[in-house]
Design a protein around this ligand. Structure first.
Ligand SMILES: Cc1cc2nc3c(=O)[nH]c(=O)nc-3n(C[C@H](O)[C@H](O)[C@H](O)COP(=O)(O)OP(=O)(O)OC[C@H]3O[C@@H](n4cnc5c(N)ncnc54)[C@H](O)[C@@H]3O)c2cc1C
Length: 440
C-alpha cells in the first residue's frame, strides 16, 4: 500500500491515528467538518475536543481504565502523553484542562508537515484508503453513506451530559473540599445534603420536565430501539429507579464527613474542577435530559448551589455506532470495502480513552506495525471483542476486568485480584512490544 491515507474526523481517534501515521512517514489528509459544521455537542473547531466530562478516568492499575492507560503508554500513545501535560488535579483520575488539551493536540498535528488539515464535511465515503473516525455524532450525510454501503446494521442510543457551574457562584460556607476517607488530595468539592434536602431533590428530579427525544433527533431514529449509554445514565433516570438509588450510588456520603458539622451527611453530590484555574466545576454524575429552565431550578436545590450560575447545561444527544461484529473485519476494515477502516466510538468502543485506543489500533494496523496483542492484555481484548460474534445484540465495549481471561488461583480480595490481572496483562504486552513502536 502507498503511504497515503485520508482520515475523516479530527476527534480523539482521528487525531491519535493521524499523529501515529505521520510519525511513521505517512501522508495524511485529515478532514474535519468543525467549525464549518458543528455537532450537537462540540463547541469549538479544535481537534480532540472533549465533549462532556474533562476526566479520562482513573490511572490506578487496579481499574480497567488505569490498566488500559498503562498498556497504551507501552504502545506509544500520543494523546495520553498530551493529556498528562494538560492535567488538572483530580485524585487518581487523569482529568485535563480541555482547552489546553485540544490546543496541545492542534500544535502536535501542525508540527507534522505530512499532515494536511482540511475543513470540510465529508458526505460520501472518500475513494481510496480512508479511516473513518467521525465519532458518535458523525454527520447525517456520512451516516447515510455508510448505511448505504453496509445496510441497516447501525444502532443508536441516547447519551446525556452534565452541567458545569461557575466557581464564583458557589456558596463556600456550605460546600467543602475533601477526599473520600481523606485519602489523597482534596480535589473535589462536596455538597452535603440532610435527609429533607435529599428527599426534596429526588422529588424535583422525578417531577422535572424533560426534553422529548423527537425534538432533537432525525429520521434515522425512527423505529430504532433506544437505550441509555449505561455509564452516563441521566440523574433523573437513576432517581426513577428507587428513592435511595442516588444516595447509594453517585451521591453516597461514605468517607465524606462535613467539617462544618463533624457529621456524615445523608447524601453528597461532588463537584470536579473543570480547569487548572478552578474557575468552573462539573456536577459529577448529574448528566441530564431535563429542560434548561428545570436544570436551573432543580440543581439550585443542591446545598451550596442555591445561586449557581450555569456555564453549560446538560443535554441529550445521539450516539451512533456500527454493529462491529457484523460489518467489520478483525483489522477494523469494512467487510464490503476493505480500503475503509473505522476507528473510535463509531466502531463500537465506548469512552474517551477507548476511542483514543481505537485510533491507535487502526493506525498501527494500517501501518502493519501492531504487535499481536496478548489475550491477557486489555488492549488485546478490546480489539478482539469488537469483531467477536455472539448471539446477543452488540453493545459498545469499554475497558473492564470482565473482558480478561480468569486468573488461576484467583485471590478472594477483589482489589488484589484486579491488581494481579493488570500486572499479568501489562507484563504480557511488555514482552511483545518492541522498541520500534516508541518512535518519537
Ligand atoms: C455528548 C457526549 C458526551 C460524552 N461523554 C463522555 C464522557 O464524559 N466520558 C467518556 O469517556 N466518553 C464520553 N463520550 C463518548 C466518547 O468517548 C466521545 O464521544 C469521544 O469523543 C469519541 O471519540 P471519537 O474520536 O470516536 O469521536 P469524536 O471525538 O467525536 O471525533 C469525531 C470527529 O469527527 C468529526 N466529524 C463528524 N462527522 C464528520 C463528517 N461527515 N466530516 C468531517 N468530520 C466529521 C466531528 O466533528 C468530530 O470532531 C461522550 C459522547 C458524547 C456524544
Amino acid at each position: 500500500m502507498n503511504k497515503e491515507l485520508t482520515i475523516v474526523g479530527a476527534g480523539l481517534a482521528g487525531s491519535e491515528a493521524a499523529l501515529q501515521l505521520a510519525k511513521r512517514g505517512w501522508n495524511v489528509r485529515l478532514i474535519e467538518m468543525r467549525p464549518l459544521r458543528q455537532t450537537p455537542a462540540h463547541q469549538t473547531g479544535r481537534a480532540a475536543e472533549l465533549v462532556c466530562s474533562n476526566s479520562l478516568k482513573s490511572t490506578r492499575l487496579d481499574t480497567g481504565s488505569g490498566m488500559l492507560k498503562a498498556e497504551l503508554k507501552l504502545l506509544g500513545c500520543e494523546l495520553l502523553a498530551i493529556a498528562e501535560k494538560a492535567r488538572v488535579p483530580a485524585a487518581h483520575a487523569l482529568a485535563v484542562d480541555r482547552t489546553l488539551f485540544s490546543q496541545y493536540v492542534e500544535e502536535q498535528l501542525a508540527s507534522h508537515t505530512n499532515i494536511t488539515r482540511i475543513t470540510q464535511e465529508v458526505t460520501d465515503l472518500p475513494a481510496g484508503n480512508c479511516l473513518i473516525a467521525a465519532g458518535p455524532l458523525a454527520s447525517d450525510a456520512l451516516i447515510a453513506s455508510l448505511r448505504k454501503l453496509i445496510g441497516e446494521e447501525h444502532l443508536y442510543f441516547f447519551d446525556a451530559i452534565a452541567p458545569i457551574v461557575d466557581t464564583q457562584s458557589l456558596d463556600l460556607d456550605k460546600v467543602f473540599a475533601k477526599a473520600r476517607y481523606d485519602k489523597g488530595d482534596a480535589d473535589y468539592l462536596n455538597c452535603p445534603f440532610d435527609k429533607e434536602q435529599y428527599e426534596a431533590f429526588v422529588d424535583a428530579l422525578l417531577e422535572g420536565e424533560q426534553f422529548e427525544a423527537h425534538e432533537f433527533e432525525n429520521e434515522f431514529f425512527a423505529g430504532i430501539d433506544f437505550s441509555y449509554y449505561e455509564n452516563c445514565t441521566p440523574i433523573e433516570e437513576l432517581a426513577r429507579r428507587g428513592r435511595d438509588t442516588l444516595r447509594h450510588g453517585v451521591m453516597r456520603p461514605m468517607g465524606l464527613e462535613d467539617p462544618h458539622t463533624g457529621k456524615k451527611p445523608y447524601a453528597v453530590l461532588q463537584l470536579r474542577a473543570e480547569n487548572k484555574d478552578f474557575t468552573a466545576y462539573n456536577i459529577v454524575g448529574a448528566q441530564t435530559m431535563l429542560r434548561q429552565a428545570e436544570q436551573k431550578r432543580i440543581f439550585r436545590l443542591i446545598p451550596g448551589l442555591e445561586n449557581a450560575s450555569f456555564l453549560r447545561y446538560g443535554s441529550i444527544h445521539r450516539n451512533a455506532y456500527l454493529d462491529a461484529p457484523k460489518v467489520l473485519n478483525p483489522d477494523l476494515s469494512l467487510k464490503n470495502r476493505s480500503d475503509v477502516w473505522i476507528a473510535g466510538q463509531l466502531a463500537g468502543w465506548e469512552g474517551y480513552v477507548e476511542s483514543i485506543a481505537g485510533g491507535l489500533f487502526a493506525a498501527l494496523i494500517i501501518d502493519k506495525s501492531l504487535p499481536a496483542l496478548p489475550e491477557e492484555s486489555m488492549t488485546g481484548q478490546l480489539l478482539r471483542r469488537l469483531t467477536r460474534n455472539t448471539d446477543r445484540r452488540f453493545q459498545p465495549i469499554n475497558a473492564n476486568f470482565g473482558l480478561l481471561p480468569a486468573l488461576k488461583n484467583a485471590p478472594r480480595d477483589k482489589r488484589l485480584k484486579r491488581q494481579m490481572l493488570a500486572d499479568r496483562g501489562v507484563a504480557a504486552l511488555e514482552a511483545v512490544v518492541g522498541d520500534s513502536l516508541l518512535l518519537s
